[in-house]
Design a protein. Sequence first.
Length: 103
Amino acid sequence: MDAQEEKFVSYWSEKRKQWNWRTHAKKTFSNVVLPLAILIDLVNFFIIGDTEYAFFTFTHLFSILLNLLVLSVLIILGSGFANWNYNEGKYWNILRKNSNKLQ
């Protein structure tokens, strides 16, 4: 096992014990989903010029919340499953490769 693989194995063996969906959801929502939803809404209103709604109405707020909900579900679940499966696969491949070398 080279230094980079050893570093990843030690990182992921600790990270996988601490990983949970609540923490992932909070971080992803605040760092990715919320800014993306706000950016989409502002671009839609100011740059594209979609003036279907006055800027502050309850229908517009409902539209923003619906977009936020859809983006949250898609991005949080997608990134969580992708990140976990990628790192778990890499972790077990390194360990399997190392155990085969030892035999």
